[in-house]
Design a protein around this ligand. Structure first.
Ligand code: UDX
Length: 436
């Protein structure tokens, strides 16, 4: 089967490469000529473990190619995926659907065979109807169906998530759409991955509801962590104790500096806008979004406290380990590191930082931060160290070396990757999240 993937960003590229690996004939399309040139040269536009090899292997096998030519790319494709960005619209937080609509118009204009048009981008409920209207208005003579097939992959684990999903959600309104999607995901049907067929609107809501629920789970445990700090509990024990209840579940209960990334912050906002438009308030999600926003700056204040409060902290230097919103990605979008660095700067504290993959994208977002080549260079002469992202490279720091290089052995571990008693016996003034 031929599949066209319009938009070769995170979701489009990973999905396209994985579909090719299933044995489909895939063309990834993107407007950005330099991105397509780089992909044709085997250079990945994003950092994602295993992606380069997966793309390379499938290009070599002749199942995967890249083009900027949409008309050519969609020719003969039975399934045309829309995987372009839906960023927050400036000013109001609604999802900006202009890319989705433009692509839908172009598809309508150039459709040269019967096809299913699939929205993989995260889009507000009702967008499928709008895409259907745009295609109908294009006057195309070919048969088409519009299907919603949200993507749940996580950055850093994208290929595994795509190939071994917890579930696949397909929102289709007719048999044509369902049939083609069954062929698209045939290898996963054979794998017995649960596939859920729903209406198109339900599928669109599922994606937002899933992300909002996960954001809620994180925010819940983060507030419980704050309480633990006040009353003397250990949030990791609490998370384990509640997570073993199958109704709650163990995952996504790691307390930390607040969620970031390309999905949770933007998708919770967009969901709130939809709720507002339909006068169906989502008060819990509203609180989650607010609590998470303020948490990031609160983490900066936690570092200031570790330095002895704002008077003592002024003029000092902090080593920041990790900048990306989570490990195994170079993605800096809405990373807590940005707000933390801003808070430290406001408090008159300078920052030197190291991140294994994120520094290039971090530079323009945190211009005052001094980026250095390794963790020890950041630590040298620092008055405190703050771990913002739990990269493996920070899990086994040479603590003697850290102590010798730092001006003071003050460590703020926002990801709880060290054990408090071990750090204390190693001579560190150690603070973490929600632990004594
Ligand atoms: C998320 C969803 O998991 C995925 O299903 C969706 O398709 C896109 O959004 P992603 O943004 O790649 O994926 O990251 P994820 O691993 O979910 O982490 C999001 C944020 O939550 C990170 O900042 C992470 O550090 C934080 N987090 C996650 C916690 O603080 N605690 C947790 O227990 C889990």
């Amino acid at each position: 089967m031929k599949i066209a993937m319009v938009g070769s960003g995170y979701v489009g590229l990973v999905s396209g490469a994985c579909f090719a690996d299933f044995g489909h004939d895939v063309v990834c399309i993107d407007k950005d000529q330099s991105k397509i040139d780089r992909l044709n040269d085997g250079v990945m536009p994003i950092y994602e473990p295993g992606l380069g090899a997966l793309v390379g292997g499938n290009v070599k096998a002749g199942r995967l190619s890249f083009t900027t030519d949409l008309a050519e790319g969609i020719r003969g494709a039975s399934a045309i995926f829309i995987a372009v960005g839906t960023p927050s619209r400036r000013g109001d937080g609604h999802a900006d659907l202009s890319f989705v609509h433009t692509v839908a118009r172009e598809i309508g204009e150039h459709l040269s065979n019967d096809a299913v048009v699939v929205t993989k981008s995260t889009v507000p409920v009702g967008t499928g109807d709008e895409v259907e209207r745009i295609l109908a208005d294009s006057g195309t003579q070919h048969r088409f169906a519009v299907v919603s097939n949200p993507e749940f992959l996580r950055e850093g684990a994208a290929i595994g998530d795509f190939k071994r999903p917890d579930r696949i959600v397909i929102g289709a309104e007719d048999e044509f759409g369902r049939q083609i999607m069954q062929q698209v995901y045939r290898p996963l049907f054979l794998n017995e991955s649960p596939i859920l067929f729903t209406s198109r609107r339900s599928a669109e809501i599922i994606k937002y509801a899933a992300n909002a629920f996960l954001a809620t789970k994180i925010t819940f445990i983060n507030e419980i962590a704050d309480l633990c700090e006040k009353v003397g509990g250990d949030v990791q024990d609490v998370a384990r104790g509640i997570g073993l209840d199958g109704r709650i579940g163990k995952k996504f209960l790691h307390a930390g500096p607040g969620y970031g990334g390309s999905c949770f912050p933007k998708d919770t906002l967009a969901l709130l806008k939809t709720a507002e438009d339909h006068e169906s308030p989502l008060r819990i999600v509203e609180a989650v979004s607010k609590v998470n926003d303020s948490r990031k700056r609160a983490m900066g204040r936690k570092v200031v406290e570790a330095l002895g409060g704002s008077d003592a902290a002024r003029g000092k230097r902090v080593a920041m380990l990790g900048l990306t919103f989570k490990p195994n990605t170079d993605d800096m979008r809405d990373s807590p590191a940005i707000a933390i660095a801003q808070t430290l700067d406001d408090a008159g504290i300078s920052v030197s930082a190291f991140d294994p993959e994120g520094m290039e994208l971090a530079r323009p977002l945190m211009p005052k931060v001094d980026m250095v080549g390794d963790p020890y260079a950041a630590i040298e002469g620092a008055d405190a160290i703050v771990i913002v992202t739990e990269w493996d490279a920070f899990r086994a720091l040479d603590l003697d070396r850290v102590k010798a290089l730092a001006k003071a052995p003050v460590l703020v571990d926002l990801r709880n990757i060290y054990k408090a008693h071990e750090m204390r016996s190693a001579g560190f003034a150690y603070t973490s999240i929600g632990r004594p």
